[in-house]
Design a protein around this ligand. Structure first.
Ligand code: CA
Length: 229
């Protein structure tokens, strides 16, 4: 099986080139699309996934997503949006995108989303899974293992998912709501303090027991941020 083909539909050439650069470096094949018509054409030609900017000339991202949803073959879509107030529409019933990232975003975050969506959709997930390394800390997504100084740290599945989400976005503050969406799913209707409880457990294991201080920082009134060890 060859590398998955990702259509990158974005009219801003600088962003498009940056995304293509990062996706290809990770082993994906990419097809650029500078407007909605090209996005539709390439997505229908048998792409494995579409990275779709909402604001496109010609046919905009909304109409591209709607048109593809009407088709017989569901191409997974990761939306790029500059507007957080559009997220409910983007991932909701109306457009049914598989995931989204908000501008400005890190290319690394986008690549992580693309892999996750491909995995969930049963397609190829790329040549390798993500291995994150930050000095003394290693996070191995394939093996679902975390090591500090080469020593395994035993994490429960949610704790692993939470750490992976934070560490996939180093230096970026993630809100409690976003962490709930990512780690617990959109249908989670519990208390946002669930995130705090899990962060406390992670801190006990990573920072206290394994002796790697201050990697999980509180962003007051908002959420949490992973800081390189
Ligand atoms: Ca745009």
């Amino acid at each position: 099986m060859g590398a998955p083909t990702i259509v990158v539909a974005e009219d801003d050439a600088a962003i498009r080139d940056l995304l293509i650069h990062h996706l290809e470096r990770e082993g994906f094949t990419t097809v650029p699309a500078a407007d909605g018509h090209a996005a539709l054409r390439h997505a229908r030609l048998g792409a494995d996934l579409l990275v779709l900017d909402l604001g496109l000339p010609g046919v905009d991202g909304y109409d591209v997503a709607r048109a593809l949803r009407r088709g017989e073959r569901a191409v997974p879509i990761v939306m790029l949006t500059a507007r957080t107030d559009e997220i409910d529409r983007v991932v909701g019933f109306e457009l049914g995108a598989d995931d989204y990232v908000c501008k400005p975003f890190s290319p690394r975050e986008l690549v992580a989303r693309v892999r996750a969506v491909l995995r969930r959709s049963g397609g190829a997930s790329g040549p390798t899974l993500v291995q994150l390394r930050f000095g003394r800390l290693e996070i191995d997504e394939a093996a679902r293992e975390v090591r500090v100084d080469g020593v395994d740290v035993q994490l429960k599945p949610r704790e692993f998912a939470l750490l992976f989400e934070l560490a996939s976005n180093p230096g970026i503050a993630l809100s409690r709501e976003r962490l709930l969406e990512r780690v617990w799913g959109f249908d989670f209707d519990g208390d946002p303090r669930t995130v705090d409880v899990h962060v406390r457990r992670l801190r006990a294991k990573i920072e206290e027991e394994a002796g790697l201080p201050d990697v999980l920082q509180t962003v007051h009134g908002y959420g949490y941020k992973f800081v390189r060890a």
